[in-house]
Design a protein. Structure first.
Lengths: 213, 647
């Protein structure tokens, strides 16, 4: 009996907290003064929580991979590289006293991390090209339309298409981007916005309680 | 449930004969393969069922066994087949046997049999041998069993060993035989019966092999109560794990040899001759992988493979299933499976597979990869003039340029670095151009990021450009760092960003120590004249437009990758504050630099477009290549259609 009352009170207090926080943030979005300040304070609390969550995630990541290295689990050399690189960057940031802006950290970021990230993304060109070739194997009308439009846009967006001889291609591309593509994207954005409003109202009214899960 | 008890217990009686270990002399159960004490391999007995039947050729025991088999629909195919074959021949003998039962009871003392020495009955049981005394005691509780020379137990010891023999004395003792037959269906706790034999009597068992047996067989073959069967563990029987291979085909053969003719569905009749023919040609399957199975005297595999006739509606086969089954039956699985296959034999056509793999890699993916690689390397070496653009700047670039030009000189600008390393090829060019434009106009600016990698890029870009324009960190610009939390982070910046980001990114000092903030002109997002978003993700761009620009009324312009431009367009040219201009890609960066050069912003001569032109060369060639691949795909599709029509 006591546990039921306690759980009931917990539920009611959670609902009240969520409702008050949501309403204050919503009113603060459209006004200035008290509600705006309260909304900003709640947002700062959320930022602090997210920052702690990042720390917890980092510690958990290191713990998991250290455990894998100690147990010689599958792929443990990769875990060793991960833990080693994380600790090295952390050590440089802490020893230098300048945090992430330390020159050594900046050097590693600029000459190690950035080229690796760009190299991985550059593989997309290979995959995309072969995907174009394979798309027509489906023999569907959608694939044919997709490839025709892609052909026009790819040619018209190339730097050499700025030449006056290729102006017709650029005009076709602009028409495609300004009308069909823009209309489709706006429809998607409006649909997402209406869906978000609906979900927000359900959360505020207590029908959905994602914070209780 | 009752049937299952009977099966297990009858079989338990059959299989309790022991096997003596040759090494240590320990007595083990005959189902054991290894000695329970020393682990030595025990002498292999013959087939358990056959041995049991040969050694215990007792009519009363066979009756128990057969009755159990009958009631379960033939769970043991061998016994069932033999029982049905003997059924007709023993019909007359059973009648005589029933009449001679009192005489056999009289002769019992002359052929003593004790349950404590079951091996003594092995092979000595004659068809007309009477049941042992303890069975007679069960059979007729009122009769006094005659003591045998080996039976030296006191009544108390006997009660302790077999407590069921001394049940309630008043129950059933005085009941006549006919009453017992009617009572046994109702009284499961009958005195004199062990709990695992409750529910049947020996008289009933003796009659079960005769004409009276059919009376107990359920009329409906499907109504066997199999769904209620539960695994039964005899109370005193130790669990034995037998690691014998389960030969499904042998069990299936035994089933077919001993079972009644089966009803073949119509859709399987065309295959029936083939099955019989192939069965002789196909060698037996090799022993399946050893799988431990728990047995308690009953052979589970035989039980599972024995026919269980139910009234299951037979559906017509799916299209092609009969042909598939026929192909599988004709497949030479036996010989291949019998001999061990080495690793090399598993891939006999390794060379062919390698050729197929190489061809499969080359067509079309590998070939496309190689062509792209060769072209990009060639472009870097040859440097064709594709990257040079002499066309006038587009409207977006001019709008972008004009918005920055219109910023008041005394108001700072917020530059958002929300891009990661994957887009650095495009975004670094755009960020460099924007930063140089701001520095060329001597505008103060601050950078902030909602992406973890953003501050690193901000530091790198500003450090590379600051010396060309005489900019000093903390006086002319600041790098604030990373703020987690997406929408919440932007809301926290809205009123007082110094509380959300109290330290700068480069030095880790408090913001109030820098002269750019000390002036008191910068406290919230409303104090910025312009927000320039360098975003590589649609979400971050949308957040800045919806959460910040809509609330503060501050203008936003965006520099994004070329792939993100269609997603940024819906926010452009919306009435009120919002996205005012978008520049995208390396081509946009080059045109933006050309625009600044034309307007005289390149007074210092630091706008270098040669590197950007090289990148655009490679991008142009790649785009031509993608277009050619698309055309090749269309040609390929057309050729296939033409060839298909001709074929």
């Amino acid at each position: 009996m006591l546990s039921r009352i306690t759980s009931r009170l917990l539920l009611i207090s959670n609902l009240i907290l969520a409702y008050v926080a949501g309403v204050v943030t919503l009113i603060g979005f459209f006004t200035r003064g008290t509600f705006a300040d309260l909304g900003g304070m709640l947002a700062q609390w959320a930022v602090v929580l997210v920052a702690f969550a990042l720390l917890v995630g980092l510690s958990n990541l290191i713990k998991v991979h250290i455990g894998r290295v100690m147990q010689r689990g599958e792929g443990w050399p990769y875990s060793l590289v991960l833990v080693g690189s994380a600790l090295i960057v952390l050590a440089f940031g802490l020893i230098g006293g300048r945090g992430p802006g330390d020159p050594y950290v900046a050097w590693m970021f600029q000459w190690i991390y950035q080229p690796l990230g760009a190299a991985i993304f550059s593989l997309l060109a290979f995959f995309l090209t072969t995907a174009f070739f394979r798309a027509l194997r489906m023999h569907s009308a959608e694939a044919i339309v997709l490839l025709i439009v892609a052909l026009i846009v790819v040619i018209a967006q190339a730097p050499f298409s700025a030449a006056p001889e290729l102006n017709i291609g650029v005009q076709i591309k602009d028409w495609l981007m300004d009308y069909p593509v823009l209309a489709g994207i706006r429809a998607i954005i409006l649909g997402v916005a209406f869906g978000t409003i609906g979900i927000s109202l359900r959360v505020l009214s207590g029908f959905d309680r994602p914070y209780m899960e | 449930m009752n049937n299952y008890f009977i099966i297990h217990n009858s079989y338990f009686i059959i299989s309790i004969m022991d096997v003596t270990c040759l090494n240590c002399g320990t007595t083990n159960r005959n189902t054991s393969r290894f000695c329970a004490k020393c682990g030595e391999e025990l002498p292999r007995p013959q087939d358990n069922t056959q041995q049991s039947e040969d050694s215990l050729n007792l009519p009363w025991l066979q009756g128990v066994h057969e009755r159990a088999v009958k009631q379960t629909g033939g769970l043991n195919p061998n016994v069932l087949a033999e029982a049905e074959a003997r059924m007709a021949a023993q019909a007359q003998a059973k009648k005589q046997e029933t009449l001679q039962t009192p005489q056999a009871e009289d002769a019992a003392p002359e052929t003593p049999a004790s349950p404590a020495t079951p091996l003594q009955t092995r092979g000595t049981g004659a068809p007309d041998e009477p049941p042992p005394d303890w069975v007679v005691g069960i059979l007729e509780p009122g009769a006094k069993p005659q003591a045998s020379p080996e039976q030296s137990y006191e009544p108390e010891e006997l009660d302790h060993i077999m407590p069921w023999l001394s049940g309630p004395p008043e129950a059933g003792i005085e009941a006549p035989q006919g009453a017992q037959e009617t009572q046994h269906t109702e009284d499961n706790g009958k005195p004199g019966l062990p709990p695992w034999l409750s529910g049947m009597t020996v008289q009933e068992t003796l009659q079960s092999s005769g004409t009276g047996a059919e009376r107990d067989v359920p009329d409906d073959p499907a109504n066997l109560g199999m769904g209620e069967l539960q695994p039964f563990v005899p109370p005193d029987a130790p669990e034995q794990v037998v690691t014998e291979p389960i030969d499904i085909r042998q069990a299936s053969k035994r089933k077919r040899a001993g079972s009644t003719p089966e009803t073949v569905p119509d859709w399987l009749k065309p295959l029936a001759p083939r099955i019989g023919k192939d069965e002789q040609e196909v060698p037996p399957l090799p022993p399946l992988p050893t799988e431990p199975s728990t047995r308690f005297g009953l052979e589970p595999t035989g039980s599972l493979l024995a026919p269980i006739e139910r009234n299951v509606p037979i559906r017509p086969p799916r299209p092609g299933s009969v042909e598939t089954l026929a192909a599988l039956l004709h497949a030479p699985t036996g010989e291949v499976l019998q001999r061990p296959v080495s690793a090399l034999e598993q891939t006999p056509s390794q060379g062919a597979l390698r050729r197929v793999g190489l061809r499969g890699w080359l067509l079309p993916d590998g070939l496309i990869y190689l062509v792209i690689l060769a072209l990009l390397v060639a472009v870097l070496l040859i440097r064709p003039p594709f990257g040079e653009q002499n066309a006038p700047a587009a409207g977006d670039v001019i709008d972008f340029y004009n918005v920055i030009e219109l910023v008041p000189a005394d108001r700072p600008v917020l530059v958002v670095y929300d891009w990661d390393a994957t887009r650095s090829a495009e975004m670094s060019a755009l960020a460099d151009a924007v930063t140089r434009h701001l520095m060329a106009r001597h505008l103060h600016f601050m950078t902030v990021s909602t992406v973890p990698q953003g501050p690193g890029f901000a530091q790198a870009v500003t450090d590379a450009a600051k010396d060309d324009y005489g900019y000093q960190y903390g006086i002319n610009y600041l790098v604030l760092g990373y703020l987690p939390g997406n929408e919440a982070a932007l809301s926290s910046l809205f009123n007082d960003f110094s509380s959300a980001l109290p330290l700068d990114y480069v030095n880790g000092h408090r913001l109030q120590t820098y002269s750019l903030v000390q002036s008191g002109k910068l406290t919230s997002l409303r104090d910025f004249a312009l927000i320039i978003t360098l975003a590589s993700d649609e979400t971050t761009l949308r957040n800045w437009i919806e959460q910040v620009s809509a609330r503060t009324g501050t203008q936003v312009i965006a520099a994004v990758p070329q792939a993100l431009e269609p997603l940024a367009r819906p926010y452009k040219n919306v009435p009120g504050a919002g996205l005012k201009a978008v520049v995208s890609g390396q081509a946009g960066a080059l045109r933006y630099i050309q625009q600044m050069t034309q307007r005289g912003q390149d007074a210092t001569g630091h706008f270098k477009t040669s590197k950007l032109a090289d990148r655009l060369n490679a991008q142009s060639v790649a785009q031509i290549l993608v277009a050619l691949v698309i055309l090749a795909a269309f040609v390929n599709m057309g050729m296939r259609r033409i060839l298909r029509r001709e074929a």
